[in-house]
Write a protein that binds this ligand. Sequence first.
Ligand code: SF4
Length: 219
Amino acid sequence: MTDIKRPTLELPESRKKVLLHSCCAPCSGEVMEAMTASGIDYAIYFYNPNIHPDREYDIRKNENIRFAQEHGIEFIDADYDRDNWFERVKGLENEPERGERCTQCFDMRFERTALYAYENGYDTITSSLGISRWKDMNQINGCGERAAARYPGMLYWTYNWRKGGGSARMIEISKRENFYQQEYCGCIYSLRDTNRHRRAQGREPVQIGVKFYGREETL
Ligand code: SF4
């Protein structure tokens, strides 16, 4: 744990236990450390059938497991469920990022998170997804609230993890931990679009498993 100074967080409505949907180690690092520093009782739920191919998925998940173990935080590894993800976004393959495909993608991940939370004694869910500046916070909060509303008493905590220096700390922690630095959102469609963009700029395509925060050299 770092000696970073943060405001003390309090759960809304005197809630007791949070299930944190984590998308990856870089995004959840600051969220985890902020909750730990405030004495919030939480566990990590890793359910991301949107991450392709398998190698990228394994790297992202293992980075998150390593960090959870370092901090003694429970890590719940949910099923991969990739076929259902493709079924869910069928017909939306050419949607731009932050469009309807992403809404379905967030909905699916949060619905499973809310179900697990409801069945396992958590009264609150939240997500690390919103800390990324590439994401639409309103879109994520809408999906989170919709998922929570399916279960009585469940709350989606809409805390803005970017504020109060959260975005800067996310980078700082990622460098300190040498987290894997993913170069696209996660699905094969985002990989396709990132590579298209790179090609148009005369850049090399994404290379999986190569970039790490805080390291000059490639591995
Ligand atoms: S771009 Fe990202 S959020 Fe959108 S569908 Fe793909 S993985 Fe999900």
